[in-house]
Design a protein around this ligand. Structure first.
Ligand code: F6R
Length: 245
């Protein structure tokens, strides 16, 4: 795993955005895996700025998001669909039919998981997957204890994840109990992975990732087995952790 140290969140966002912009320029038909949450917001903002200023086009790009809450339809202000619309999709020229998120209100959410996998496969797999890091080591909504073999599936959210995400809702009760998420195996099948880690609150999780053996008790540790992972972390997240450069 390559680790890039950024001075602060701003620099982390610039580095990550440049990384994705260059990937899109190199391969305008790229398939990107995307994440929601606080960490990638700055990256998306920079990508939008670049699209406005320099015209980088997403006309031929395909995207797959990691996850979506069960029970929130795409119009719900807290759905990940709306998050992506607000922070990225509404602001770039990505065609509607080329963006994919799991459908959290599908009649049969289990069948939806199988179809999501099939669609990823039909598109030739994910070229570059963007990830954030949960403070308990989750990636996507794959909580500690998730088998590394899992494909897209329905998960019960842990109390700690619901509490962490309650900041986006009016109150904890409104945070859904379940989500559909790409599985760990789905994520590992991406050709390349970029993990963004920012702030002191992630320092412990990042330290675990960089120092412990891969095991299912800490989902992100699976990334040590992937041949092409770049971690972009800011100084606060890396404090006290030696970096390989
Ligand atoms: C988001 C996702 C989550 C987040 C993680 C970190 O689609 O799947 O795994 O990446 O919870 O969230 P933030 O960036 O809000 O700290």
């Amino acid at each position: 795993m390559r680790v890039i140290e950024a001075e602060d969140y701003q620099e982390l966002s610039n580095i990550a955005a440049d990384f994705f912009i260059n990937k899109v320029k190199e391969n305008p038909e790229i398939t990107l895996g995307l994440a929601t949450g606080g960490t990638p917001k700055g990256t998306y903002r920079k990508m939008v700025e670049d699209h406005d200023k320099h015209g980088t086009s997403y006309r031929s790009v395909t995207t797959f998001n990691l996850d979506e809450y069960v029970g929130l339809d795409s119009d719900h202000p807290n759905s990940y669909y709306q998050f992506m619309e607000t922070h990225l999709f509404n602001e770039i020229d990505l065609p509607f039919r080329q963006k994919h998120l799991p459908n959290g209100v599908a009649k049969d959410i289990y069948k939806e998981c199988i179809e999501y996998e099939r669609t990823i496969e039909q598109c030739g797999g994910i070229d570059v997957q963007l990830l954030g890091l949960g403070s308990n080591g989750h990636i996507g909504f794959n909580e500690p204890g998730t088998a590394f073999e899992t494909m897209t599936h329905v998960v019960e959210l842990t109390q700690s994840t619901r509490q962490a995400n309650a900041r986006f809702f009016n109150q904890l009760d409104e945070v859904p109990q379940r989500a559909i998420t790409m599985g760990i195996s789905t994520i590992m099948q991406s050709k390349e992975i970029v993990l963004l880690v920012s702030g002191e609150s992630k320092q412990h999780a990042l330290q675990q990732l960089l120092t412990r053996q891969s095991d299912e008790g800490f989902p992100a540790s699976v990334l040590t087995k992937h041949p092409h992972v770049t971690i972009i972390a800011d100084r606060k997240a890396l404090s006290g952790i030696p970096v390989n450069g």
